[in-house]
Design a protein around this ligand. Structure first.
Ligand code: SAM
Ligand code: SF4
Length: 327
């Protein structure tokens, strides 16, 4: 019988995000500097066996039910389907967030290996703008990747769009139409202060209410009940599909947060915005037993704060950018 992984505010943690690499083949301005970052040395990354050991502990001892692979860009990690197969054996809801650029090649193998769900990030449907945001002219390959994910049988395929004022906030209606045409669920995400360049200001955030109003204007929606997932979902009133909004800044989902994270270099984080980490890699590599690793995880979760303090004077930006933490 699993023991719930519970923090001081009574929140039970059932969702694990694993960053499998800090590297990326894109350079989205809101996530990574143009020149990239100092990549981890190869031996700094957790091996597949180390990742599986931590995941297994969280699943078997604490009843974690969902695992999402992220990065950096998870598909740049060699042999990713092998890791997917190892984690799928744990019997969890296994998902991945990707920039989609390699999915034409990989979607089938990932699906066969046991990946259940997929989110693909795409912030503009205009080739020039897409190239500016990602610093890579790859929109058509990403759109092919979305189609490949649908053809491989992932259901639902979700498309993540970070909405930034003055950058892509005029494309909300286009994304609504795109999602309905392609049979994918678009999730609009508020821009968070985790950009490597430190360009975020509260003025660049387009809040949920504004996003919702713009969706409703082109295609009326009604809410679908809220779960612990960060997205608030809406169905189109004409019955053709649904859309989500992640109000990470304006209406934080912290009070129902059930998520913990493992970075590519084996640091356990109790929050996306945490300013401290627990070093599991050192423990794994110094022969620690499961009880010792579990004690470190429990101590980290017990120390979790009530929520992030974005927009408040005492908010401290995490030292690492989104790509290093694993979005
Ligand atoms: N490379 C993969 C991708 O782009 O989907 C996975 C890693 S990425 C860090 C995970 C998600 O974080 C993406 O959907 C991305 O758009 C989002 N993201 C990155 N920086 C962000 C920021 N400053 N605010 C909001 N979302 C952000
Ligand atoms: Fe890479 Fe994803 Fe960050 Fe873009 S959002 S730079 S694709 S990790």
């Amino acid at each position: 019988m699993a023991t719930p992984l519970i923090d001081g505010f009574g929140r039970v943690h059932r969702d694990l995000r694993i960053s499998v690499t800090d590297r990326c083949n894109f350079r989205c301005g809101y996530c990574m500097p143009a020149e990239g970052l100092q990549w981890l040395p190869r031996d700094g990354l957790l091996t597949f066996e180390e990742i599986e050991r931590v995941a297994r502990l969280l699943v078997e001892r604490y009843g974690v039910q969902g695992i999402r692979l992220t990065g950096g860009e998870p598909t740049v990690r060699a042999q990713l389907p092998v890791l997917v197969e190892m984690l799928a054996r744990l019997g969890v809801d296994l998902a991945m967030t990707t920039n989609g650029v390699s999915l034409s090649l990989l979607a089938g193998a990932l699906r066969s290996a046991g990946l259940g769900r997929i989110n693909i990030s795409c912030d503009s449907l205009r080739p020039d703008r897409f190239a500016e945001i990602t610093r890579r002219p790859e929109l058509s390959r990403v759109l092919d990747g979305i189609d490949a994910a649908v053809s491989a049988g992932f259901a639902p395929v979700k498309v993540n769009c970070v909405v930034m004022r003055g950058v892509n906030d005029d494309e909300i209606a286009d994304f609504v139409a795109f999602g309905r045409d392609r049979g994918v669920e678009v999730r609009f995400i508020e821009f968070m202060p985790l950009d490597a360049d430190g360009a975020w200001t509260s003025e660049t955030v387009v809040g949920t209410e504004e996003i919702l109003a713009r969706i409703d204007e082109v295609c009326p929606v009604e809410p679908i009940g809220r779960t612990s997932a960060p997205a608030v979902r809406y169905r189109f009133r004409d019955g053709r599909g649904s859309v989500g909004i992640v109000a990470s800044v304006s209406d934080s989902f912290c009070s129902s947060c059930d998520r913990v994270r493992l970075t590519a270099d084996g640091q356990f984080r109790n929050c996306l915005f945490a300013t401290t980490e627990t070093d599991l890699r050192a423990r794994l590599r110094s022969g620690a037993g499961d009880d010792e690793i579990a004690a470190a995880i429990e101590a980290s979760v017990a120390a979790k704060w009530a929520g992030h303090q974005i927009n408040q004077v005492h908010f401290i930006r995490p030292r690492r950018s989104m790509s290093q933490i694993g979005g």
